[in-house]
Design a binder for this molecule. Sequence first.
Ligand code: JCQ
Length: 240
Amino acid sequence: MRIDVFTIFPDMVEGFCGHSLLGKARAAGLVDVRVHDLRRWAGDPHRSVDDAPFGGGAGMVLAPEPVFTAVEAVEPPRPLLLLGPAGRRFDQARARDLAAAGAFSLLCGRYEGVDERVREHLVDDELSVGDYVLAGGEVAAMVVIEAVARLMPGVMGNEASTEEESFADGLLEYPHYTRPADFRGWEVPEVLRSGDHGRIARWRRAQALARTVAQRPDLVEARGGLTTADRALLEEFGLV
Ligand code: JCQ
């Protein structure tokens, strides 16, 4: 997996990628993250990458010159994805697609925006991590890098866990418990200590369904609503 990142804050992205799961994956040669400082390709002695907007208005715009020069010098893997609030929403399905693609690149937007010619003639697509405005695309890029990298074989310790987790099945996760069985009088559900693995699996599925209905009805809708089997499961554990 190769990921190239274009940013004016390379230290921020480098620092992030050197830690925990990603740092180990990188050291093991599983993920090749290459961070590029856009200022390196700024033409003037002040290394400026932004300028005032044509037509007036507040703030500064990321200029086309350093961005085009950087991308043409590096020739990073495509697709080249711009991070910004105007993009299509990044989600687990998109993370899986990018992990399967094997390589892609990220451009971190900044200031009030990016010169429109970057969008029209340089990048392949625009991605948003959510409906809010960040100071820059770096945090969004880190979200994408982590979500994609952890899907690569060997990056996570437990290979099974990305299959079982939240969203794999379009549902939120069931509740998890560890020792002690009684913590301050709050007991672990009896079913999890019963040893009845069939019932445990049904309870977990029922909990995941109930939780998704309560917190994310949009996800239930997206998978076509509750089936007869789903309703029976909720009934079995008194969750209707
Ligand atoms: C990413 N959700 C929000 C801010 C302009 C491309 O132009 C801009 C980019 C940013 C930074 O990204 C975000 C964002 N996903 O704010 C303004």
